[in-house]
Design a protein around this ligand. Structure first.
Ligand SMILES: Cc1cc2nc3c(=O)[nH]c(=O)nc-3n(C[C@H](O)[C@H](O)[C@H](O)COP(=O)(O)OP(=O)(O)OC[C@H]3O[C@@H](n4cnc5c(N)ncnc54)[C@H](O)[C@@H]3O)c2cc1C
Length: 442
């Protein structure tokens, strides 16, 4: 009997998974394969993301079981896997855009061509394929607004046809997944300074039903998104869908579909920021390790180890910064407004290179995403696409007045601030601001 292989890369879902849906319609025997392998050694999966991946794999295996499919996990490079395997007459998969994954995909495609094995590649993880979007001069966009307008113009045709193709509902299974292969990956392995009780506590903040999460958010909160999205104390000010999107447990098409039903256009605009980050990474792959623009090249960074540790632990003496860093440590997630505040503080007040912050986020975020993290950090530093200029330095006190005026967020994460048992600021903000500006001038 002919056999088809669905190569799972970063879409741990049954629904709206074009490669998988295609395979289910072929009336062939199906193997679903996930190769666990870190191809980019600079950006190996971080500790929090590993814990999340474990849950994502377990749920996905359970869902596949409902379709009488088994998730086969191989702890090896997919290039070697496809080089060795000769039993398939067709291989299907969804595109991934991280530079190391693009490289991997090209190599696998070459092998399949050489072996004369049919392959089919789908766009399942982003609304738009970055290869297909260029400005009038045929160049990649470097500024968000024209990119956004371009996407809006493409929406009707592209997305509607994608929906019809992809929004297929499959029931999730009730069976328990077999987890021995998943356990063998040792994703909960103790990477200092993490430990099991931390992992369990972190996951207790999350409920794995992403479809329900986005439906509820769109029904009740998405219309108020523009007014609420900057206030970190509001539980539903933003969707908190990012880790599910990162691991492809929900498709951007479904999120768009739910948001469109209630005309939540500002929320959709944020989804396009995600597209733009991916687009930038695809067209400028060097930006994952270096500034997109080299305008900060001559700055002499302090990178002081003690200051960095105080920042990581949420002990800077700036309550809004500490609240964010502690939220991150406890839940694996941090509110977007606060990500910008803690980022500005690290780079401009403590004079640390953005990659130090990016690495810490990479290890501690459950939504750690190479494109979004890179764009976010370079935006704060002032060296990326559409970036905030270096001289824009967030004042932590003014940010608190504006976005946490009753200090509800601070009370939640830094309760000792209210009782007075709290460290003094590790640096004086006015002094640090002037120092950063003087360095910039030089
Ligand atoms: C320094 C810094 C680092 C960041 N690192 C990451 C990261 O590793 N992973 C990550 O997913 N996001 C990152 N972001 C972007 C943003 O903070 C998160 O996507 C957002 O906070 C996720 O919460 P949410 O799902 O509630 O977002 P919502 O506000 O509900 O938005 C919905 C979705 O839109 C996308 N989105 C929203 N804001 C942005 C943005 N500014 N840039 C790109 N996409 C966006 C996300 O996919 C998000 O899940 C970073 C931002 C900064 C400033």
């Amino acid at each position: 009997m002919s056999k088809i292989c669905v190569w799972i890369r970063n879409e741990f879902r049954l629904n709206d998974n074009p490669a998988l849906i295609y395979a289910l319609h072929q009336k062939k025997s199906i193997d679903v394969i996930y190769c666990h392998h870190n191809s980019d050694h600079n950006w190996k999966l971080g500790s929090a993301a590993k814990v999340w991946l474990q849950q994502a794999l377990l749920n996905f295996a359970k869902d596949l079981k409902s379709q009488n499919l088994v998730l086969e996990i191989k702890e090896m490079n997919p290039i070697a896997f496809f080089q060795e395997k000769d039993c398939y007459d067709e291989i299907v998969f969804n595109k991934a855009f991280e530079p190391a994954l693009v490289d991997q995909e090209n190599k696998v495609s070459d092998i399949l061509k050489r072996k004369n094995i049919k392959s089919k590649i789908f766009n399942g993880n982003y609304l738009f394929d970055p290869e297909l979007i260029k400005n009038k001069q045929g160049q990649p966009f470097k500024v968000f607004t024209p990119f956004y307008k371009h996407c809006l113009a493409m929406f009707e045709d592209l997305i509607d046809s994608q929906f019809k193709l992809q929004l297929k509902e499959y029931d999730s299974g009730s069976q328990v997944a077999s987890c021995s292969q998943i356990d063998a990956l040792n994703l909960q392995g103790v990477d200092k300074p993490w430990n099991r009780s931390w992992q369990e506590k972190m996951m207790s903040y999350w409920n794995m039903d992403s479809k329900k999460l986005i439906r509820n958010f769109c029904e009740h909160d998405a219309r108020k998104y523009q007014e609420q999205r900057d206030f970190p104390a509001l539980e539903s000010g933003t969707s908190k869908i990012s880790p599910y999107l990162r691991f492809g447990q929900i498709s951007p098409f479904r999120i768009y579909h739910e948001a469109k039903k209630v005309n939540a256009n500002e929320f959709i605009r944020q989804l396009i920021w995600r597209e733009f980050a991916n687009y930038t990474m695809f067209h400028f792959p060097h930006s994952i390790n270096q500034d997109l623009y080299p305008n900060l090249k001559h700055i002499k960074w302090d990178n002081d180890a003690e200051m960095i540790e105080r920042w990581q632990r949420g002990l800077t003496g700036y309550p809004i910064v500490d609240a964010g860093m502690r939220e991150l440590w406890a839940t694996g997630w941090m509110h977007n407004r606060v990500r910008m505040i803690v980022g500005s503080f690290l780079i401009k007040d403590l004079l640390c290179h953005w990659t130090i912050g990016a690495k810490w986020f990479w290890d501690t975020l459950v939504d750690a995403d190479l494109a979004n993290n890179t764009m976010g950090w370079q935006w704060v530093a002032g060296s990326g696409v559409d970036a905030s200029p270096f001289f824009r330095i967030f004042n932590p006190y003014l940010q608190t007045e504006k976005f946490d005026p009753q200090m509800l967020y601070i009370k939640k994460w830094v309760p000792e601030y209210m009782t007075g048992d709290y460290p003094l600021p590790i640096v004086d903000h006015d002094f640090a601001r002037k120092r950063a500006l003087a360095i910039l001038k030089q």
